[in-house]
Design a protein around this ligand. Structure first.
Ligand SMILES: Nc1nc2c(c(=O)[nH]1)N[C@@H](CN(C=O)c1ccc(C(=O)N[C@@H](CCC(=O)O)C(=O)O)cc1)CN2
Length: 300
């Protein structure tokens, strides 16, 4: 299976060696699309996907994701970005280029529940999730053997209420050592400190096992059962200091009824959690998610 994955990743790299994405947000005004598309045309690029969105009522904000092919891209990266700076300045843009061949390094944090972790590992092993899953970190030892079967390093770092900071320092050291681009909390049941979050801004993705904003925090299924809900759900969001209130990337729901107890809700919810997290992670890896204040624009 490793050979299959390696072949798929290498094929992805070859197929996408000239593919780049340009992500833009700025104050909406006439001429942006023309200026950007003309710049790419004059630079010899072929635009293969272009999405944009304007929020008028909230002060006229413009968001754009444009995907293009530019022959011999790797050699032109620096000059391309230097040349685009003039347009960025002209429209006062927040902008960045992302390159498909820069496959993101991912850390997965997990506690004891394995379903979200396994979904990511299965998709990664099949080559469907294009990431370099460099390390799995857990506050429990249970999933070590499972992870190591995939050939991925596993670190058990105990987290206690009295020594959370020490644990986080060890975690952060690993993220630095593995040069992690994105961390995924796959049912990781520890609240991260502001210090930890600020070291990875807008690069920590969580799966919360409820249809937020309902049932923020711990034990959402038990609370949903007590409330007598007819729908359960899952929400994937970026992690911020405000628990489970970060920008939402993806959500989904499932109908339930009076026949289902709390354990049934957990069982039924697991499939929703897995698919919601996998979509959210894939969109982040493909640079399809733009964040604005407490919300996202997802060009999927
Ligand atoms: N700063 C943030 N940290 C985390 C977030 C977040 O949005 N901001 N999301 C959570 C995930 N989560 C629900 O999805 C969650 C996890 C843990 C808890 C909690 O109360 N944990 C206790 C310890 C519980 C235990 O030891 O089993 C705690 O940390 O004190 C609530 C919600 C991940 N982290």
């Amino acid at each position: 299976m490793k050979e299959l994955r390696d072949r798929k990743v290498e094929l992805f790299r070859q197929t996408n060696k000239d593919r780049a994405r340009l992500l833009i947000s700025c104050k909406d005004q006439p001429g942006i699309v023309a200026a950007v598309s003309n710049f790419l045309y004059e630079y010899g690029a072929n635009i293969v996907q272009s999405d944009q969105y304007s929020i008028d009522p909230e002060g006229g904000l413009f968001f754009m994701r444009i995907e293009f092919i530019l022959p011999d891209l790797k050699r032109q990266e620096e000059k391309l970005e230097e040349a685009f700076a003039a347009i960025g300045n002209q429209f006062r843009m927040d902008w960045r280029f992302a390159y498909a061949y820069d496959i993101k390094k991912m850390a997965i944090f997990v506690s004891r529940e394995d379903h979200c972790l396994m979904e990511l590992l299965w998709q990664w092993q099949a080559g469907d999730l294009v990431a370099d899953i460099a390390v799995v970190i857990s506050n429990h030892p249970d999933l070590g053997p499972t992870v190591e079967q995939f050939g991925i390093p596993f670190y058990h770092i105990t987290v206690t209420k009295d020594a959370k900071n020490e644990a986080e320092q060890k975690q952060l050291k690993l993220l630095e050592e593995y040069e992690i681009d994105v961390s995924v909390l796959a049912r990781y049941m520890q609240i991260l400190s502001p210090t930890f979050i600020s070291s990875q801004p807008e690069r920590i993705i969580n799966i919360h096992h409820s249809f937020l904003p309902a049932f923020v925090g711990a034990k959402p299924y038990e609370r949903a059962y007590e409330r007598g809900v007819k729908i359960i759900g899952a929400t994937s969001h970026y992690v911020t200091d405000d628990l489970d209130e970060g920008p939402i990337i993806e959500q989904d729901v499932l109908r339930v009824n009076h026949n289902h107890n709390a354990e049934d809700l957990k069982r039924l919810g697991r499939s929703v959690e897995r698919s919601v997290l996998a979509r959210a992670v894939a969109w982040h890896l493909e640079d399809r998610v733009l964040i604005h204040k407490s919300k996202t624009v997802v060009f999927n």
